[in-house]
Design a protein around this ligand. Structure first.
Ligand code: SF4
Ligand code: SF4
Ligand code: SF4
Length: 252
């Protein structure tokens, strides 16, 4: 039998919802156990880290020196490092703190805050090299399975650069949020989630991040017909996209 692929699932600060999404695969993930060895996954096994991993999946963002050390050590020990979900990819909802007075945020959150570290929140690519990103909040478990299966077959995983609107039940109708003068980032966001938010009466807030080559000027022009700059930026804060948006604007 060929050697099993050693996988690590490591959680930094997050809600851990992305690994719950993986557990939702149930038997289908266990069916891969003749090919995969979950060398580190506290939900399945509780063992010390091996010297080397083939793949490490990182969920969450490093918000303490200890977590930053864990992230760097995981990178050092692994051939491939994959960002799992919006927190790891883009900083997640916790990145909202960056856009406000972070000292005040700490004071309002904790009674005893003097010894609490309070760094800027950033996606993991700001600290280590990332080989691939599985987007979303939480990730799409089917997409995760597809990526893992491709890697096991020696293929390069890919996520199609299609917009969220492609699967949206409101597309092309008066039910489209944009046609109702409501902010929805669907056209500029990487699809593949199956559009659950517009499908459930909520606009897309771009948890999967922008599509490659997105035209942020066009986005701004479309949304500013009915929304203020502040309203647009407030929405972009939710999933850590405001800094990405500003970077894209400054590139021009
Ligand atoms: S991306 Fe969303 S679901 Fe995944 S860990 Fe972060 S907050 Fe939780
Ligand atoms: S995702 Fe948003 S913008 Fe796209 S079709 Fe659906 S409602 Fe309209
Ligand atoms: S519709 Fe938008 S916010 Fe909702 S899951 Fe998809 S990308 Fe995320």
């Amino acid at each position: 039998m060929s050697k099993k692929i050693k996988i690590g699932m490591i959680s930094l600060t997050s809600c851990e919802g992305c690994r719950i999404a993986i557990l939702k695969l149930g038997k289908r993930i266990l069916d891969l156990s003749d090919k995969i060895d979950f060398s580190e996954c506290s939900y399945l096994e509780d063992t010390p880290w091996p010297d080397n991993f083939d793949i490490v999946f990182i969920e969450g963002t490093p918000i303490t020196k200890r977590e930053l050390g864990v992230l760097k050590e995981a990178r050092r020990r692994s051939k491939k490092l994959i960002a799992l979900g919006n927190c790891a990819a883009l900083g997640g909802v916790q990145e909202i703190k960056n856009y406000h007075n972070k000292e005040e945020v700490l004071r309002k959150t904790y009674k005893y805050y003097n010894s609490i570290e309070n760094p800027e929140i950033k996606g993991i690519k700001e600290f280590v090299d990332v080989d691939f990103t599985i987007p979303g909040c939480p990730i799409n478990s089917e997409e995760f399975l597809e990526v893992v299966t491709k890697i096991l077959n020696g293929e390069d995983p890919k996520i199609l650069q299609v917009p969220v609107c492609k699967d949206c039940p409101r597309a092309g109708s008066e039910r489209c949020f944009l046609n109702q003068n409501k902010i929805c980032f669907g056209p500029w966001t990487l699809g593949g989630c199956g559009s659950p938010c517009p499908g459930n009466a909520l606009p897309c807030l771009a948890c999967r991040g922008f599509r490659e080559g997105v035209n942020v000027d066009m986005m701004e022009k479309t949304l500013e017909k009915f929304a203020t700059k502040e309203e647009i930026e407030n929405r972009l804060e939710v999933f850590g996209l405001l800094d990405e948006y500003k970077k894209l604007k400054n590139k021009k």
